[in-house]
Each structure stands twice: as C-alpha cells, then as structure tokens.
Design a protein around this ligand. Structure first.
Ligand SMILES: CC(C)(COP(=O)(O)OP(=O)(O)OC[C@H]1O[C@@H](n2cnc3c(N)ncnc32)[C@H](O)[C@@H]1OP(=O)(O)O)[C@@H](O)C(=O)NCCC(=O)NCCS
Length: 169
C-alpha cells in the first residue's frame, strides 16, 4: 500500500475531523479524548496556513488515512521550533504510512524550523519507535503526567535539531 502524501486543504476538513476524532476516541494516543468540531478543524487549518506551519495528509486509494502537522511555537523567541503531531487510521497502521508522513513533515518542517519537538505517551511504543528511528532524541520525561481510565502514564519529550537530522533515515 503506497500512500500519497500531500498538503492538507480546506476540502479535507470533514475527513480530517472524522479521522482525528476516531483516534481521539481510542483514548490512548492523543491528549484529546473527544473529537474536535468541524469548526475547530477549519480553524486549525486556517491557523496552520497563517502561521506557516506544515500540514500533510496521506491518502490510500483516495481515502484519507493519516495526518501530520508541525506548528510553530507561539511567542517571540519560540517561533524557530515546530511542534509535531500525527496519526494514522487504526486499520491502516503498521504499513509504512506513518513513516512516510513523518519523513515528509520533517523535510518540509526543517525548511523553516531549526528544531522540531513532540510529546508522546510512554506507553505508545509504536510512535516512540518511529520517532527514535527518525532521529528524535529523548529530552525529558514528565512522570505520571496522565491518569486516564485508571492507567498512569509518563509523557516523553522528544526533540530533533536541524543539524542532527539525516533525511536518509
Ligand atoms: C504512531 C503511528 C502514527 C505510526 O504510524 P504507522 O503507519 O502505524 O507506522 P509505520 O507502519 O510507518 O511504522 C513506523 C514504525 O513504527 C514501528 N512499528 C510499526 N508497527 C509496529 C507494531 N505493530 N508494533 C510496534 N512498533 C511498530 C516500527 O518502528 C516502524 O518502523 P520500521 O518500519 O522502520 O520498522 C500510528 O501507529 C498511529 O496513528 N498511532 C495512533 C496515534 C498516535 O499514536 N499518534 C502519535 C501520537 S504522539
């Protein structure tokens, strides 16, 4: 299955809302546990565009199955870094789509940002492995940072600097 990775457009809002919402409802991988509204999704897309961030989606057979974004830090002095988030539809995982999205997001992200960072739940071993293989370095651990459904989890803080990044990974 070869995904087509492309820039997200306003026409993707409904499919993106459904996909992000489904991953949120899994209650394991994202900070959000409830879907965002369509209005919030449009707002997010407008923000990405206005702030010069990166937003990509992956299609397989014209179905939107994954997303990645890299959003600029919010204040003066913090705009040299981008914060990365991503996800792939549950039935499309483990087939290289996340890796394809991540590598293209890093390629485009490092055209603008000199540092890309993210947070991942320690229990999310697949995402953690993907990020480490791409070169992300573990920079910190927020211990017992989430308590959800009776499960306590740490949050790992990962970062990658432009000069550390090897596009061939
Ligand atoms: C994390 C996620 C984006 C990865 O995307 P994916 O398409 O499933 O991943 P890929 O198939 O591209 O595999 C990427 C790496 O993940 C790891 N991986 C893949 N399948 C795995 C599995 N079943 N178990 C553990 N690790 C696995 C491997 O390290 C793999 O790298 P490799 O192909 O070089 O061996 C995806 O699984 C997902 O959306 N998970 C839920 C949402 C989420 O966790 N988002 C990130 C929040 S920080």
């Amino acid at each position: 299955m070869t995904p087509v990775v492309r820039a997200t457009t306003a026409e993707d809002a409904e499919a993106l809302q459904a996909l992000v919402g489904a991953v949120a409802l899994e209650r394991r991988y994202l900070g959000a546990t409830q879907p965002f509204t369509l209005e919030q999704t449009h707002g997010y897309l407008a923000h990405v565009q206005a702030s010069g961030g990166v937003a990509l989606v992956a299609d397989v057979d014209a179905r939107l199955v994954g997303w990645v974004d890299v959003l600029s830090g919010p204040f003066e002095g913090l705009t040299h870094y981008g914060r990365l988030g991503m996800g792939v539809a549950a039935d499309a995982r483990g087939q290289g789509i996340g890796r394809a999205l991540l590598l293209e997001a890093l390629r485009q992200g490092f055209e603008r940002f000199t540092r890309i960072e993210l947070e991942v739940f320690a229990s999310n071993t697949r995402a953690h492995a993907l990020y480490r293989r791409a070169g992300f370095v573990e920079e910190g651990r927020r211990r017992a940072a989430r308590i959800l459904d009776g499960v306590t989890d740490d949050i790992l803080m990962l970062g990658l600097l432009r000069e550390e990044w090897k596009p061939s990974r």
